[in-house]
Design a protein around this ligand. Sequence first.
Ligand code: ATP
Length: 536
Amino acid sequence: MEMEKLVSLCKRRGFLFQSSEIYGGLNGFWDYGPLGVELKRNIKEAWWRDMVTGHDDLAPPPGAPEAYEMVGLDCTIIMHPQVWKCSGHFDLFVDKMVDCRESKKRYRYDQVPGRWVEAKGQKIFVTTAVEEHHEADLESRALKFFNLRAKDAGDLAWEGPVVSLAKIDPALYEKALGPDAKALGTLTAPRDFNLMFKTFVGALSGEEGAAYLRPETAQGIFVNFKNVCDSTRVRVPFGIAQMGKSFRNEITPRNFTFRSREFEQMEIEFFCHPKSSPQWYQYWRDRRMKWYTDLGLAGERLKLREHDKDELSHYSCGTSDIEYAFPFLPPGEFGELEGIAHRGDFDLRSHMEGKLVAKDGQLVVEQGPDGKPKWKGSGKDLSYRDDLTNERFVPHVIEPSAGADRGTLAFLCEAYHEDQAPDEKGEMQTRVVMKLHPRIAPLKAAVFPLVKKDGMPEVAQRIYRAIKPHMPVFYDEKGAVGRRYRRQDEAGTPYCITVDGQTLTDGTVTVRDRDSLKQDRVHESELVAVLRERIG
Ligand code: ATP
């Protein structure tokens, strides 16, 4: 599937729009249209229901070491600035960027692909701004730089594979041709760029009033751990879920909604005894993977990737990503949908003691030049006492952290299909159909009168009203029925119900299945039950 087709369908049918489009849009910000908002809400509701409200607190789900409880939270986007100092985001939530003095553009240096090439006795590191087919652009830029013609491509001596600028010693940047530059050596040395959006609370404008839009929802859960323990009767092991907006000032937002500056997360912090944490980590990895496959992200485009030891954060005993082969990525590459991390006791301890760093294999409070904690914790006791065993410990945390927007994008990519279907005249035409799982489809059914006369619209409207209290349904009487089917196929509506001449005599309607195109007759009185059963 070509990404352009999906992007254009999303705009044409109202799944996704560029934010503030009439003013030219704002890079990294996206709006969900009338169909998109329903799809995303359904995904978030499926997550909340499957993880929280629908969870059976009394019996262990398959693969879980024991039964556990789940509760939810809804915390603020702006929190006390000390939260981000202790969590490490203030010091460490950075990407390296380079600026180009010639083009005035800014790049994330690990996202600038390039390759060493030699011609006419000069060796340069040529880079590209294109996201796909790097080789072709690198060649044409190198030819241009060396003033060679396409037929002289053989004069270019390439060295080594395509690598990111991050792999190049900054001392060699004088030999680098920036992605949008004509001259060599225009890139600055890499600098840290903190991804947190800064704002000011109240009338204070200096550092005193400085605060941050949360870059993740997780910290709201950690700082409320004690509140939840004290106000409910949850016992370890238990999980706290939260979904909501997060903000990251990404240097290069791209790939549609995949890397946005404002996005929604769906996170769980699962608190357990340190001894059983490896089993819980395994459980959550498998549980979260199954959630995606159950909703239709099956097959080789979805994979679970366990991080290598050297990829792990200093506090993590294990992390895996659920990844999807998005069509905008080069073949064989996958993009992260969700990370499942074993975080040990890092987070709760940070908020008790202060920002932690790894030293000789241990987590210790980082000290400032004065020998005091660099960023002081809350000093509150966030340990847990098991009232059955009397043991007191700081729970370990397993964190499944998902992105609602990346999830929505993956479901949209997976759903897009083109096939052949007959039109009104029986001629085969290419049909675009969004094969969304019925549970997340924006509309579950559409009701049409075959023609706008003979009392058919009245019957169809009666049927529409009978279904409406049970599920989202759409009524359409405009244009040829074939066109109406096509519109619903593009919206991903699983069932189309048509009132025809026979309905007026025996009360049955046709129910057309979006994927198989099969139609069968169902009596009007049984429609809700039949749809419910088919949608599941
Ligand atoms: P990446 O490496 O792609 O930047 P990350 O590892 O920083 O992602 P996490 O901090 O683990 O991401 O965030 C958890 C989830 O939040 C991600 O799996 C993703 O679904 C979502 N997410 C993170 N950053 C963005 C973004 N800029 N736009 C959309 N979703 C995002």
